[in-house]
Ligand binder design. Structure first.
Ligand SMILES: Nc1ncnc2c1ncn2[C@@H]1O[C@H](COP(=O)(O)OP(=O)(O)O)[C@@H](O)[C@H]1O
Ligand SMILES: Nc1ccn([C@@H]2O[C@H](COP(=O)(O)OP(=O)(O)O)[C@@H](O)[C@H]2O)c(=O)n1
Ligand SMILES: [Mg+2]
Length: 224
């Protein structure tokens, strides 16, 4: 199997020679953003089922590090309990590893970037991988949900998470407003942002999500 990034560089060389290799695909990167409890994970499952993406949840990768008792585990646990943001180098390394291990070329990166620092760290990785294509994600989804609804959902989530309590949720909402909204505004200005009204049933929300990816499917079929 060719690693996505190797095949990408090969792809560029072949395009330059006028040869297109049909099986080798350029990575397609979607960031999935929104406050805690806005429904990112729930909708990602539907996107995976319908459009065949690989789902990389930053929060899940960090929780896996805690569970594996890795060197950073205690620091990550404390940061999550406080509703703060784990240093970007830690999170980016976990995401990068998952992408390199994946056979897929379509990635849903859920809950990342949550800060401008997160965003810039990941751009540095992308620029090393695909300097000729650019460092921007293809799509940024924003699940826009009222705070009271997010609080209600998180308190009912029942996954045993250390951060799903009222005290930590308040902190996470403050972090979201102060650090994550600037990232969302950045992508809005870049014309990459697709805002989803994240209230209603899961299926109703997915009917807003579906056409975004359906349009890209048509594109890729047309191109080749
Ligand atoms: N449209 C919805 N309406 C009501 N509850 C929802 C909806 N979407 C998700 N949930 C529930 O809300 C909680 C948070 O959803 P989740 O997908 O984990 O959000 P996030 O990943 O953004 O924190 C979960 O318990 C989930 O089952
Ligand atoms: N990019 C990220 C993503 C999550 N996290 C940490 O992990 C926690 C849980 O993230 P999550 O994405 O699983 O949370 P939800 O938005 O799904 O509720 C966050 O509150 C942060 O403490 C982080 O530090 N950096
Ligand atoms: Mg989630």
């Amino acid at each position: 199997r060719l690693n996505t990034w190797e095949s990408l560089t090969t792809g560029i060389a072949q395009q330059a020679k006028g040869v297109i290799a049909p099986k080798e695909k350029t990575p397609f990167i979607t960031f999935v953003l929104g406050g805690p409890g806005s429904g990112k994970g729930t909708q990602c499952i539907k996107i995976v089922e319908t459009f065949g993406f690989a789902h990389l949840s930053a929060g899940d990768l960090l929780r896996r590090e805690i569970a594996s008792k890795s060197a950073d585990g205690a620091m990550i646990l404390n940061t999550i309990k406080e509703g703060k943001i784990v240093p970007s180098q830690v999170t980016v390394k976990l995401i990068q590893k998952e992408m390199e291990l994946s056979d897929n070329h379509k990635f849903l990166i859920d809950g990342f970037p949550r800060t401008e620092e997160n965003r810039v760290s990941f751009e540095q990785i992308l620029s090393e991988w695909q300097s000729q294509i650019g460092v921007e994600p293809n799509v940024v989804l924003f699940f826009d949900c009222p705070e009271e609804e997010m609080v209600k959902r998180v308190l009912n989530r029942n996954e045993g998470r250390v951060d799903d309590n009222l005290e930590t949720i308040k902190k996470r909402l403050t972090v979201f407003q102060a650090l994550s909204l600037p990232v969302i505004n950045y992508y809005s200005e870049k014309g990459k942002l697709y805002t989803i009204k994240a209230i209603g049933t899961e299926d109703e929300i997915f009917e807003q999500v579906r056409p975004i990816f359906a349009a890209f499917e048509v594109c890729s079929q047309t191109v080749g």
